[in-house]
Each structure stands twice: as structure tokens, then as C-alpha cells.
Design a protein around this ligand. Structure first.
Ligand SMILES: [Zn+2]
Ligand SMILES: [Zn+2]
Length: 163
């Protein structure tokens, strides 16, 4: 029961603002810097700022949305730098793109296991967490032939505000 109520609390908070403490933010930043060094990548203040902005929001921002935010800290940063940094974050496993097609790529800092619901009308991407979705069994035809690195459940439809 204890765990269950905690889960609901997180679910409610996710709807409004991402629950990330400053401690967690700093921990993830340190982890990120370590990942960069391990991969032989330079740790720049701009890269750190982009990563931290991604962690702080639950909007699943596009490169443009992140660019607007980081520009307030680094006015001379270019959209290209943001794009390349996001690509790099993907490669080292510090971020991933949210599925869905047709629109600009949207990103997630991947703080904790969760799934996405995307509204096709207002384009909001809403986090939810349904435990059985964390461990979906692969069909044999796939697991025999391929190495699966990531499994995800992605739902699309109309949100509560648009239906
Ligand atoms: Zn909507
Ligand atoms: Zn998400």
C-alpha cells in the first residue's frame, strides 16, 4: 500500500512538473560528465546546460524548444550545437528520442522507467508508468534474429483536454 500511494503521487506530480531535486540533478550531471570523459568527449558548460535543461522539464522538448531555453544562459549558442549535443546525448545513453512520426524529434532525459502518451492534436507528450509495460516479452522471431537494445510502449491519441 505504501508503495502504491507513492506511485500515484509521482504520477500526479509528473502531470504538472517533473519531480527532480537539486541533489538528483547534480548527481545526474556528475554521471553525465563521467560518461563524456569515458567516451572521450569534451565536457563543456553548454553541453551540461543542455543536459540539465532536458532533465528539468517533462515537456519532452524538441531541439528548438531546448535551444530557446539554453539561449537565455548562453546567448551565442547555435541551434546546430543543440542538435549535435542531443545526438551525442543519445549516443552515450543520456537521452533518447520519443517515438512518433511527422513532427520534430522530441527528447527525454530518461530519468526513470516510464512510457509515453502523445496527443495527436496538441502534441503534448505525457509520461505515465505502467509496471507491466517495463518488461514486455519479445516474440521468438525477433529475439532469435535480432539484439534488442530498448523496448518501449508508446501510445497515441487525444488527451483529456482535446477529446
Ligand atoms: Zn491534446
Ligand atoms: Zn518521458
Amino acid at each position: 500500500m505504501e508503495n502504491r500511494s507513492k506511485y500515484y503521487l509521482v504520477a500526479i506530480m509528473n502531470k504538472t512538473k517533473k519531480k527532480i531535486s537539486l541533489v538528483e540533478l547534480d548527481e545526474k550531471t556528475r554521471w553525465f560528465m563521467g560518461q563524456c570523459r569515458q567516451s572521450g568527449l569534451k565536457v563543456t558548460p553548454q553541453r551540461i546546460a543542455i543536459y540539465r535543461e532536458l532533465l528539468k522539464t517533462d515537456e519532452h522538448p524538441s531541439a528548438e524548444m531546448l535551444y530557446e531555453k539554453v539561449k537565455t544562459i548562453f546567448p551565442s549558442i547555435s541551434l546546430d550545437t543543440v542538435n549535435r549535443t542531443l545526438l551525442m546525448l543519445n549516443e552515450i545513453g543520456a537521452a533518447f528520442t520519443v517515438e512518433g512520426s511527422g513532427d520534430a524529434k522530441r527528447f527525454d532525459g530518461g530519468l526513470r522507467e516510464h512510457q509515453h502518451f502523445k496527443c495527436v492534436k496538441c502534441k503534448r507528450i505525457i509520461d505515465f508508468h505502467h509496471k507491466p509495460f517495463d518488461n514486455i516479452k519479445l516474440p521468438a522471431e525477433i529475439s532469435k534474429k535480432f539484439t534488442v537494445l530498448r523496448k518501449t510502449v508508446y501510445l497515441e491519441g487525444l488527451c483529456d483536454l482535446c477529446r
